[in-house]
Design a protein around this ligand. Structure first.
Ligand code: GLU
Length: 363
């Protein structure tokens, strides 16, 4: 039994004028229903609310201002979800509408609640159809077209596979809209190798992420051990083949490093509120011995974080990771560089560790 997250970008959900592409959605829902009947667990993440809103309101094009995008999305979501609901129901599958934001996922309790709800829906054999809650959040409107949300959801539900359906065949060596001999890249194992290619943010009339945000989403998901595919959502049978384990479009190999669910949340969902710079000895101990970070190893503190907030951790050479600070920024300014005994005198009830190893994730 496989658990997969399938994301549909605006460009395949809606046409240039914003009307929903019923044929494409029907084909995708058929593939989903087929795998569902075979016992797979599937979660869909869909864009296209703004596009559908533009069409419903007969606007001249995608609005520029954020408030108009949010309002258009509110109109469009009401038209978008019922299409999925009906297409899936006609194929014997019950769907659920779920609206999420990164902000929802950044608090651990909300993250666990979302995970619990999605887990229950999957247990009930329901297919969640997720979009960003554009009324309150603008992350994916500004940049992303739900690519990051889909990666987050894949991590949240512990999926084995993430499929990003778009209007190209996959990732190309250059923008295929501009460069005639752009080559499709079939497999990505090492993200560093992608630096030689031109990966742009250029998008369709209704999208907001382009290939750049898809590659970043793939980076995030594969780091969590989730195989990711970018492929065409419009071409007949593509999704069915990917879900059956066949190669289509561009496949990003899952990476070995597997973090616990908590550390994945810390790394990708919890926003950082500041930075701690450590000395060379502390950096070595964190990297090589897997220790906690003590105040004595800290040389610089920036930001206005409180105890319990996430902070980036770096040394003079650059980023090391991210962790949850046991101290506020103000406290750490006072105790940085001090040995534990001196720290206790200044902040009597404080933990010995500035960042405990259990609340620390290295890059
Ligand atoms: N949540 C947005 C939508 O469904 C994301 C896509 C976009 O930025 O256009 O329309």
């Amino acid at each position: 039994m496989a658990r997969s997250v399938i994301k549909l970008g605006s460009a395949i959900v809606a046409g240039e004028d914003g009307t929903l592409r019923q044929d494409v959605l029907a084909q995708v829902c058929s593939a989903v229903a087929e795998r569902h009947a075979a016992g797979d667990e599937l979660v869909m993440v869909t864009s296209g609310a703004i596009a559908a809103g533009v069409s419903a309101l007969a606007l001249a094009g995608r609005p520029e201002s954020v408030d108009e995008l949010q309002a258009a999305s509110a109109v469009g979501q009401g038209r978008l979800y019922p299409v999925y609901d009906e297409l899936l129901r006609a194929r014997g599958v019950t769907a659920a509408q779920v609206l999420l934001t990164f902000f929802d996922l950044s608090a651990r309790t909300n993250y666990l609640n979302a995970r619990q709800t999605l887990g229950k829906l999957l247990e009930w054999k329901v297919v969640p159809v997720i979009n960003e809650n554009d009324t309150t959040a603008t992350d994916e409107i500004s940049f992303g077209d739900n690519d990051f949300l889909a990666a987050q959801v894949a991590i949240l539900v512990g999926a084995q596979r993430l499929v990003l359906l778009t209007n190209t065949e996959g990732l190309y060596s250059s923008d295929p809209g501009r460069v005639a001999d752009a080559q499709l890249i079939p497999e990505v194992v090492d993200f560093a190798a992608l630096e030689q290619f031109e990966i742009t943010q250029s998008t369709s009339a209704h999208g907001s992420g382009g290939m750049r945000s898809k590659v970043t989403a793939a980076d995030m998901a594969t780091a969590a051990g989730i195989e990711t595919t970018i492929c065409s959502g419009a071409r007949e049978g593509v999704l069915a083949r990917v879900l059956a384990g066949e190669h289509e479009g561009t496949r990003f190999a899952p990476r070995e490093t597997r973090y616990s669910s908590f550390k994945l949340w810390l790394k990708y969902a919890k926003p950082s509120r500041g930075e701690i710079v450590v000395d060379a000895g502390a950096a070595r101990a964190l990297r090589e011995e897997g220790t906690s970070l003590l105040p004595v190893g800290i040389v610089e503190v920036s930001g206005g974080f409180e105890a319990g907030d996430a902070v980036d951790i770096a040394d003079a050479a650059g980023a090391l990771g991210k962790g949850i600070s046991s101290y506020s920024a103000v406290e750490l300014q006072r105790v940085k560089g001090l040995k534990s005994q001196a720290v206790r005198e200044l902040v009597p009830r404080a933990a010995e560790e500035a960042v405990h190893r259990d609340y620390l994730v290295l890059d």
